[in-house]
Write a protein of this length. Structure first.
Length: 75
């Protein structure tokens, strides 16, 4: 989590490859031996971010590559 002046942002890195994974963390592009750990990580982090005005920057997302977690949850 990046925090400054009361605002927060996160960079997804390799935990999510597409914004649809915010709604469906079980949709996976991970290697078979990493799927369980990846699902746990996505589920935990997305739950922490839910409903908060956090800017989520998806390094592997197609345009637009950033949105607030509350806006992404509404998609």
């Amino acid at each position: 989590m990046i925090e400054s002046e009361g605002e927060g942002a996160v960079i997804t890195g390799d935990i999510a490859y597409h914004p649809c994974q915010m709604a469906h963390p079980d949709w996976s592009f991970d290697e078979p031996d990493r799927k369980a750990a990846a699902l746990l990580t996505r589920t935990r982090l997305f739950a922490e971010w839910a409903g908060q005005p956090i800017l989520v920057m998806g390094t592997r997302f197609p345009d637009p590559t950033a949105a607030t977690s509350s806006a992404m949850a509404q998609r």
